[in-house]
Design a protein around this ligand. Sequence first.
Ligand code: NAD
Length: 375
Amino acid sequence: MTQTIGIGLIGTGYMGKCHALAWNSVKAVFGNGRRPRLVHLGEVTVELARQKAEEFGFERATGNWRDVVADPEVEVVSITTPNQFHAEMAIAALEAGKHVWCEKPMAVAFADAQRMADAARASGKVAVLGYNYIQNPAVRHIDALLRDGVIGPVNHVRVEMDEDFMADPDALFYWKSEASSGYGAIDDFGVHPLSLITTLLGPVERVMANMSKPYADRPARDGGRRSVETYDIASILIELESGASGLIALSRTAWGRKGRIAVQIFGAKGTITYDQERLNEVQVYVTSDKPAEQGFRTILTGPSHPPYDRFIPAAGHGLGFNDLKIIEAHELLKSIAGQEARVIDFAQGLEIERTVHAMARSHHEGRWVNVAEKG
Ligand SMILES: NC(=O)c1ccc[n+]([C@@H]2O[C@H](COP(=O)([O-])OP(=O)(O)OC[C@H]3O[C@@H](n4cnc5c(N)ncnc54)[C@H](O)[C@@H]3O)[C@@H](O)[C@H]2O)c1
């Protein structure tokens, strides 16, 4: 009989549902490994927890997240609550001997992210972050193209991450506008481009950042307007340890952009581009093509781009965002089983956090900041 692995989930909003879908699907998609058993779900009230447990298929529900962490039948805890809760919940779960799958960013304060990484190391448990975009078969293919030297040594990378969910000046003030959630675009969004850049091209050495607030205030839920405490836009120059230069542009207020993560990687012998809004496509330009035939070629992902083949046997049908979460869950399970896995763990995640805090320091001090510099 297939062995099971007990799952706990804290938070059932946007990401909580994605984790629940991933836990429900991972065994059916991949066929191998232990079957997730959805044991215990926590929310802010027991009523909401019960409703979501019924919808997602969890056995138990609680209005106190500590019950999830303390449950002896839970082996892995998914943490999908707002950023300011990640540190306390992840550390409690690790100290209780659970593996952790925590949404990005790690924490609001660098010291808390450091404590999370320390707790993970001390526990010996697997602790990984929700950097789903690195899991895309298209991005894995870019990785393979770079490793094979198809575009030669990389000299420049640009990543633009834009969405418009906060573009309306009259969109309600909510937790992402509060300083307790972090700086704004650089930690809410910037960590994703950083996950891609560091996975594909290696660590960032130094940064020069500018952050801005397009709207000074927003309507408050209980009437009146409330001052916006976070920066919805940021532009960051970067230099990688490899010597390549780069640019990251971020906006949560970019009308018309729905889920843009536009990556351009320029090498000595060609260029690779990708955009999350067309997540099943990679564009490649190589100078080895005949001059009269040079131009960007579109590669549509299919069964030749693993693990696409585990979802659908036919090319061109396309995976979606939730499928990336299923792949991430599978990589986490592989890691728990002691196998090599494509994950960003808390130790690697801490380097992303270090880079984000260097960006904030650069903005406030108006200068280039080395990521290794002590804050
Ligand atoms: N990986 C990605 O692509 C991605 C995308 C969106 C959000 N996120 C991250 O996911 C996290 C959650 O964001 P979201 O958009 O799902 O937020 P959300 O507001 O949709 O959901 C958060 C949920 O957490 C619950 N919650 C809050 N405090 C709680 C507590 N103390 N105990 C139990 N439950 C509690 C809320 O009731 C809510 O249901 C954030 O850290 C965010 O940065 C990641």
